[in-house]
Ligand binder design. Structure first.
Ligand SMILES: [Zn+2]
Length: 293
Protein backbone atom coordinates (compact mmCIF):
# COMPACT_ATOMS: atom_id res chain seq x y z
CA UNK A 1 0.00 0.00 0.00
CA UNK A 2 2.92 2.36 0.69
CA UNK A 3 5.37 2.43 -2.23
CA UNK A 4 8.51 3.35 -0.33
CA UNK A 5 8.15 2.23 3.31
CA UNK A 6 10.79 3.40 5.76
CA UNK A 7 12.48 0.73 7.89
CA UNK A 8 11.88 1.78 11.51
CA UNK A 9 14.27 1.14 14.44
CA UNK A 10 14.27 -2.29 16.09
CA UNK A 11 11.89 -3.71 13.54
CA UNK A 12 9.00 -1.52 14.70
CA UNK A 13 6.07 -1.74 12.36
CA UNK A 14 4.97 1.91 12.63
CA UNK A 15 6.48 5.19 13.82
CA UNK A 16 4.09 7.17 15.99
CA UNK A 17 3.97 10.69 17.37
CA UNK A 18 1.33 12.55 19.30
CA UNK A 19 2.21 16.17 18.59
CA UNK A 20 0.57 18.89 20.64
CA UNK A 21 0.38 22.47 19.41
CA UNK A 22 0.23 24.49 22.63
CA UNK A 23 -1.36 27.62 21.22
CA UNK A 24 -3.03 28.61 24.50
CA UNK A 25 -4.60 32.09 24.31
CA UNK A 26 -2.30 33.30 21.51
CA UNK A 27 -5.21 32.49 19.14
CA UNK A 28 -7.51 35.17 20.50
CA UNK A 29 -4.75 37.79 20.75
CA UNK A 30 -3.79 37.41 17.09
CA UNK A 31 -7.43 37.24 15.95
CA UNK A 32 -8.77 40.21 17.96
CA UNK A 33 -5.78 42.32 18.96
CA UNK A 34 -7.83 45.45 19.68
CA UNK A 35 -9.80 43.96 22.59
CA UNK A 36 -8.55 40.39 23.19
CA UNK A 37 -7.22 41.33 26.61
CA UNK A 38 -10.80 41.77 27.82
CA UNK A 39 -12.31 38.67 26.18
CA UNK A 40 -12.13 36.45 29.20
CA UNK A 41 -13.95 33.39 27.83
CA UNK A 42 -11.53 32.62 24.95
CA UNK A 43 -8.56 33.55 27.15
CA UNK A 44 -9.72 31.03 29.74
CA UNK A 45 -10.40 28.37 27.09
CA UNK A 46 -6.83 28.75 25.81
CA UNK A 47 -5.24 28.93 29.25
CA UNK A 48 -6.76 25.55 30.12
CA UNK A 49 -4.02 24.10 27.84
CA UNK A 50 -0.88 25.16 29.71
CA UNK A 51 -2.40 25.22 33.18
CA UNK A 52 -4.61 22.10 33.36
CA UNK A 53 -4.06 19.90 30.30
CA UNK A 54 -0.26 20.06 30.03
CA UNK A 55 0.44 18.67 33.54
CA UNK A 56 -2.07 15.87 32.76
CA UNK A 57 -0.43 15.05 29.41
CA UNK A 58 3.11 15.14 30.85
CA UNK A 59 2.01 12.85 33.67
CA UNK A 60 0.68 10.27 31.18
CA UNK A 61 3.87 10.39 29.10
CA UNK A 62 6.00 9.94 32.23
CA UNK A 63 3.94 6.96 33.30
CA UNK A 64 4.00 5.17 29.93
CA UNK A 65 7.61 6.17 29.26
CA UNK A 66 7.47 8.07 25.97
CA UNK A 67 9.08 11.33 24.79
CA UNK A 68 7.13 13.45 22.33
CA UNK A 69 7.12 16.75 20.42
CA UNK A 70 5.27 19.95 21.26
CA UNK A 71 4.98 23.08 19.13
CA UNK A 72 4.55 26.48 20.78
CA UNK A 73 4.38 30.08 19.55
CA UNK A 74 7.23 32.18 21.01
CA UNK A 75 4.63 34.29 22.83
CA UNK A 76 3.52 31.15 24.72
CA UNK A 77 7.11 30.41 25.79
CA UNK A 78 7.26 33.96 27.20
CA UNK A 79 3.86 33.71 28.87
CA UNK A 80 4.08 30.15 30.25
CA UNK A 81 7.79 29.56 31.05
CA UNK A 82 7.01 27.02 33.79
CA UNK A 83 5.36 24.75 31.22
CA UNK A 84 8.40 25.07 28.95
CA UNK A 85 10.61 24.02 31.85
CA UNK A 86 8.39 21.04 32.71
CA UNK A 87 8.29 19.85 29.07
CA UNK A 88 12.07 20.06 28.67
CA UNK A 89 12.77 18.49 32.07
CA UNK A 90 10.90 15.38 30.92
CA UNK A 91 12.98 15.17 27.73
CA UNK A 92 10.36 16.28 25.22
CA UNK A 93 10.99 18.51 22.24
CA UNK A 94 9.61 22.01 21.62
CA UNK A 95 9.31 23.16 18.01
CA UNK A 96 8.81 26.60 16.47
CA UNK A 97 5.19 27.63 15.83
CA UNK A 98 5.46 31.31 14.92
CA UNK A 99 5.64 34.26 17.29
CA UNK A 100 1.97 34.79 18.24
CA UNK A 101 0.40 32.30 15.85
CA UNK A 102 0.52 34.73 12.91
CA UNK A 103 -0.52 33.12 9.62
CA UNK A 104 2.41 33.25 7.12
CA UNK A 105 -0.07 33.91 4.29
CA UNK A 106 -1.13 37.11 6.06
CA UNK A 107 2.09 38.12 7.83
CA UNK A 108 4.64 37.96 5.04
CA UNK A 109 7.84 39.56 3.77
CA UNK A 110 9.76 41.60 6.35
CA UNK A 111 7.02 41.16 8.97
CA UNK A 112 7.19 37.35 8.68
CA UNK A 113 10.99 37.35 8.92
CA UNK A 114 10.83 39.56 11.99
CA UNK A 115 8.18 37.41 13.73
CA UNK A 116 10.01 34.19 12.81
CA UNK A 117 13.33 35.43 14.17
CA UNK A 118 11.76 36.94 17.29
CA UNK A 119 10.35 33.47 18.08
CA UNK A 120 13.77 31.92 17.42
CA UNK A 121 15.38 34.31 19.93
CA UNK A 122 12.71 33.40 22.48
CA UNK A 123 13.41 29.69 22.06
CA UNK A 124 17.09 30.38 22.56
CA UNK A 125 16.51 32.44 25.71
CA UNK A 126 13.73 30.40 27.37
CA UNK A 127 14.12 26.87 26.00
CA UNK A 128 17.91 27.07 25.91
CA UNK A 129 18.56 26.40 22.24
CA UNK A 130 17.45 26.41 18.66
CA UNK A 131 14.36 24.43 17.74
CA UNK A 132 14.97 21.67 15.20
CA UNK A 133 11.44 21.55 13.89
CA UNK A 134 8.69 23.90 12.75
CA UNK A 135 4.96 23.72 12.25
CA UNK A 136 3.23 26.64 10.56
CA UNK A 137 0.24 28.22 12.27
CA UNK A 138 -2.82 26.85 10.44
CA UNK A 139 -0.38 24.79 8.28
CA UNK A 140 0.13 27.84 6.04
CA UNK A 141 3.76 27.42 5.06
CA UNK A 142 4.97 29.67 2.28
CA UNK A 143 8.12 29.41 0.21
CA UNK A 144 9.53 32.28 2.28
CA UNK A 145 9.14 30.19 5.44
CA UNK A 146 10.75 27.13 3.80
CA UNK A 147 13.71 29.36 2.88
CA UNK A 148 13.91 30.69 6.47
CA UNK A 149 13.86 27.12 7.84
CA UNK A 150 16.74 26.12 5.58
CA UNK A 151 18.66 29.33 6.36
CA UNK A 152 18.34 28.63 10.10
CA UNK A 153 19.29 24.95 9.71
CA UNK A 154 16.00 23.43 10.76
CA UNK A 155 15.84 19.65 10.31
CA UNK A 156 12.15 19.36 9.53
CA UNK A 157 8.83 21.02 8.86
CA UNK A 158 5.53 19.46 9.90
CA UNK A 159 2.78 21.36 8.06
CA UNK A 160 2.40 19.81 4.60
CA UNK A 161 0.50 16.89 3.12
CA UNK A 162 2.23 15.39 0.05
CA UNK A 163 2.65 11.83 1.39
CA UNK A 164 1.57 9.37 4.10
CA UNK A 165 5.08 9.06 5.48
CA UNK A 166 8.00 11.47 5.95
CA UNK A 167 9.70 12.72 2.81
CA UNK A 168 12.43 15.12 1.76
CA UNK A 169 11.86 18.65 0.46
CA UNK A 170 14.62 19.96 -1.77
CA UNK A 171 15.15 23.55 -2.86
CA UNK A 172 18.14 25.14 -4.57
CA UNK A 173 19.19 26.43 -1.13
CA UNK A 174 19.14 23.10 0.71
CA UNK A 175 16.78 20.46 2.04
CA UNK A 176 14.73 19.47 5.04
CA UNK A 177 12.37 16.68 5.97
CA UNK A 178 8.60 16.93 6.01
CA UNK A 179 6.66 15.12 8.76
CA UNK A 180 3.34 15.18 6.97
CA UNK A 181 0.09 16.23 8.61
CA UNK A 182 -3.50 15.88 7.45
CA UNK A 183 -6.94 16.90 8.64
CA UNK A 184 -7.98 13.35 9.50
CA UNK A 185 -5.52 13.27 12.40
CA UNK A 186 -6.11 16.84 13.59
CA UNK A 187 -8.45 17.57 16.52
CA UNK A 188 -9.64 20.92 15.13
CA UNK A 189 -12.48 19.47 12.96
CA UNK A 190 -14.09 17.30 15.68
CA UNK A 191 -13.53 19.50 18.72
CA UNK A 192 -12.98 23.19 17.89
CA UNK A 193 -15.85 25.54 18.52
CA UNK A 194 -14.48 29.07 18.40
CA UNK A 195 -16.72 31.74 16.94
CA UNK A 196 -14.18 34.55 17.42
CA UNK A 197 -11.77 32.94 14.95
CA UNK A 198 -14.40 31.72 12.53
CA UNK A 199 -14.89 28.09 13.59
CA UNK A 200 -18.30 26.90 14.59
CA UNK A 201 -17.92 23.13 14.42
CA UNK A 202 -20.50 20.86 16.02
CA UNK A 203 -18.47 19.41 18.87
CA UNK A 204 -18.35 15.61 18.74
CA UNK A 205 -18.49 13.37 21.78
CA UNK A 206 -15.12 11.98 22.90
CA UNK A 207 -15.51 8.52 21.28
CA UNK A 208 -17.03 9.83 18.05
CA UNK A 209 -14.43 12.60 17.75
CA UNK A 210 -11.47 10.30 18.34
CA UNK A 211 -12.54 7.18 16.45
CA UNK A 212 -11.29 8.50 13.10
CA UNK A 213 -7.80 8.84 14.62
CA UNK A 214 -7.70 5.17 15.56
CA UNK A 215 -8.80 4.11 12.08
CA UNK A 216 -5.95 6.22 10.68
CA UNK A 217 -3.57 4.41 13.04
CA UNK A 218 -4.84 0.96 11.99
CA UNK A 219 -4.19 1.76 8.31
CA UNK A 220 -0.70 3.14 8.98
CA UNK A 221 0.15 0.17 11.20
CA UNK A 222 -0.94 -2.32 8.60
CA UNK A 223 1.12 -0.53 5.93
CA UNK A 224 4.23 -0.09 8.09
CA UNK A 225 3.85 3.69 7.97
CA UNK A 226 3.82 6.78 10.15
CA UNK A 227 1.00 7.79 12.46
CA UNK A 228 0.94 11.33 13.81
CA UNK A 229 -1.75 13.19 15.71
CA UNK A 230 -1.85 16.97 15.50
CA UNK A 231 -3.75 17.97 18.61
CA UNK A 232 -4.14 20.82 21.07
CA UNK A 233 -3.96 20.68 24.87
CA UNK A 234 -7.09 22.82 25.25
CA UNK A 235 -9.07 20.44 23.00
CA UNK A 236 -7.72 16.88 23.28
CA UNK A 237 -6.24 17.46 26.77
CA UNK A 238 -9.78 17.89 28.19
CA UNK A 239 -10.65 15.28 30.79
CA UNK A 240 -12.97 12.86 28.94
CA UNK A 241 -10.99 13.01 25.68
CA UNK A 242 -7.57 12.53 27.23
CA UNK A 243 -8.86 9.62 29.30
CA UNK A 244 -9.60 7.84 26.02
CA UNK A 245 -6.30 8.79 24.37
CA UNK A 246 -4.45 7.55 27.45
CA UNK A 247 -6.30 4.21 27.36
CA UNK A 248 -5.49 3.83 23.63
CA UNK A 249 -1.83 4.65 24.31
CA UNK A 250 -1.56 2.02 27.04
CA UNK A 251 -3.25 -0.62 24.90
CA UNK A 252 -1.17 0.18 21.82
CA UNK A 253 2.16 0.23 23.63
CA UNK A 254 1.35 -3.13 25.22
CA UNK A 255 0.07 -4.94 22.14
CA UNK A 256 1.75 -3.47 19.04
CA UNK A 257 5.26 -3.04 17.61
CA UNK A 258 5.30 0.75 17.58
CA UNK A 259 8.04 3.36 17.85
CA UNK A 260 6.77 6.45 19.66
CA UNK A 261 9.36 9.13 19.11
CA UNK A 262 10.02 12.85 19.09
CA UNK A 263 9.99 14.20 15.54
CA UNK A 264 13.64 15.25 15.94
CA UNK A 265 14.52 11.59 16.60
CA UNK A 266 12.58 10.56 13.51
CA UNK A 267 14.61 13.15 11.52
CA UNK A 268 17.83 11.60 12.86
CA UNK A 269 16.57 8.17 11.83
CA UNK A 270 15.79 9.46 8.32
CA UNK A 271 19.40 10.69 8.04
CA UNK A 272 20.57 7.22 8.95
CA UNK A 273 18.35 5.23 6.57
CA UNK A 274 18.95 7.58 3.67
CA UNK A 275 22.73 7.29 4.23
CA UNK A 276 22.25 3.51 4.11
CA UNK A 277 20.49 3.84 0.76
CA UNK A 278 16.81 3.71 1.69
CA UNK A 279 14.85 5.80 -0.78
CA UNK A 280 13.00 8.78 0.64
CA UNK A 281 10.64 10.41 -1.77
CA UNK A 282 11.68 13.96 -2.66
CA UNK A 283 9.43 16.91 -3.40
CA UNK A 284 11.23 19.69 -5.22
CA UNK A 285 10.24 23.22 -4.17
CA UNK A 286 9.10 25.81 -4.99
CA UNK A 287 6.06 24.21 -6.59
CA UNK A 288 5.32 27.41 -8.51
CA UNK A 289 6.92 30.83 -8.73
CA UNK A 290 4.05 32.68 -10.41
CA UNK A 291 0.26 32.75 -10.17
CA UNK A 292 -1.24 29.90 -12.26
CA UNK A 293 -4.01 31.01 -14.58
ZN1 LIG B 1 -1.36 26.32 16.32
Amino acid sequence: MIQNPIPWPNGARCACAITFDMDADSLIHIARPEDSHDRLYPISMGRYGPTVAMPRILDTYRRVGIKQSFFMPGWCLETYPDVVEAVLKDGHEIGHHGWIHEDPIVTKGGAQKEAFEKALDTHDRIAGGKPRGYRAPVYNVTQQVIDLLIEHEFRYDSSLMADDIPYRMQTDKGSLYEMPVHWGTDDWPPFAHYDEIGYLMPVRGPSAGLEGFWEEFDAQYEAGGFFMLIVHPFLTGRLARWRQVEAWLEKTLAAKDVWFARLEDIADHLDKVSAEGTYLRTETLPYFTDPQK
